[in-house]
Design a protein around this ligand. Structure first.
Ligand code: NAP
Length: 325
């Protein structure tokens, strides 16, 4: 298997974790870092053993030796930065949320097709073994006809601690940052929703500090979820059927500990080796090795569907980034 040379664009908080995952992957090499600051790029490169550092995203993307670029900037730059990389003929793994909205997502997918490169959203939970386990339990009718799903992803922060989360021009707010995980779980298990409702407690800058949303799926399955950047939650997900429950224990988005209650109680532990992000990196490496331009797991159709769900929920909760940029 050919070694793939990875570049990181925007070496911030999450990039550190994904850098570790690239180093853990079977045929990924961390080759170059691009930051707005050369010192920062060089420091990151030194810490993670990358050979090259750039003080411009454009120059990073122009490096002929690179195969793939991981986009780790704030949401509002995902479209622009992914397109710079793809126009330089680089494959792209782009952080979640894939884009600010479905329109940007379409532009990115068209750009990938035009430049004949691979493109995927870094929604890593979809590659974890626990995701497959829950789907198997549902397919085996382990809890009978499904009635409800509940989940949340919340944490308590402030503009002083994490300015990006509260800044509308960077796509701040709870839904796109963390709410995307419970919605991903719901849509992974039940498909895309037929109906929705949403409301939010907005900050004075107009992003959702706490957001609440209900989705209704085929066969009447109803999901009730919430997300917050200003309060804690229990981080648990529960699927309730007529004959029992599947509990995905905290943190539900890692799907590592699952309990099936259906007359008796059975526990499933579905750990994985290495970092949370390693399996998605292996997926990208495999897809590129096989000449694929999209992943069958986080396919364009999946990501576009998720972006439409996010757009719909944001519209209903009154969060509009485009008027605030
Ligand atoms: N998959 C996950 O589990 C996960 C977890 C956390 C975050 N994320 C996603 O990853 C993305 C980045 O999140 P993060 O928490 O790592 O962000 P962060 O640390 O605040 O910022 C990431 C980097 O973006 C670059 N950047 C470019 N323009 C910027 C601007 N105007 N303001 C601030 N930074 C700018 C900066 O790099 P330079 O200055 O060095 O160029 C910065 O270090 C978000 O879209 C987020 O949703 C994913």
């Amino acid at each position: 298997m050919k070694t793939l040379k990875w570049g990181i664009l925007g070496p911030g908080r999450i990039a550190e974790k994904v850098a570790e995952a690239i180093l853990q992957s079977e045929n990924g090499e961390l080759y170059a870092i691009g930051s707005r600051s050369l010192d920062k790029a060089a420091d990151f490169a030194k810490r993670f053993g990358a050979s090259k550092s750039y003080d411009s995203y454009e120059e990073l993307c122009a490096d002929d030796k690179l195969d793939i670029i991981y986009i780790a900037t704030p949401h509002s730059f995902h479209c622009e930065h992914s397109m710079i990389a793809m126009k330089h003929g680089k494959h792209v793994l782009c952080e979640k949320p894939f884009a600010l909205d479905a329109d940007e997502a379409s532009q990115m997918m068209n750009c990938a097709k035009k430049n004949n490169v691979f493109l995927m959203e870094a929604m890593w939970s979809r590659f974890l073994p626990g995701m497959k386990k829950v789907k198997e339990l549902l397919a085996s009718n382990a809890i009978g006809t499904i009635k409800t799903f509940t989940a949340n992803f919340c944490f308590s922060s402030s503009p002083e601690q994490k300015p990006r989360l509260f800044e509308p021009s960077l796509g701040g707010g709870a839904l796109l940052d963390v709410g995307i995980y419970p919605v991903t779980l719901a849509c992974s298990f039940f498909g895309f929703p037929l109906k929705s409702s949403a409301r939010a407690d907005l900050t004075d800058k107009g992003v959702d500090a706490t957001s609440y949303y209900n989705l209704e799926f085929v066969n009447g399955v109803k999901a009730e979820m919430f997300s917050s950047i200003v309060q804690e939650g229990d981080s648990k997900a529960v699927i309730t059927g007529e004959e029992g429950q599947i509990i995905i224990h905290a943190n539900c988005w890692t799907l590592q500990s699952i309990t099936l209650k259906n007359g008796k109680e059975t526990s499933f532990h579905t750990p994985y080796e290495g970092s949370d992000y390693r399996l998605q990196i292996e997926e990208v490496n495999q897809c590129i090795e096989h000449g694929l331009k999209e992943s069958s797991v986080n396919s364009f159709q999946w990501t576009q569907g998720m972006m439409q769900v996010m757009d719909d929920l944001r519209e209903k909760m009154g969060v509009d980034y485009k008027t605030k940029m």
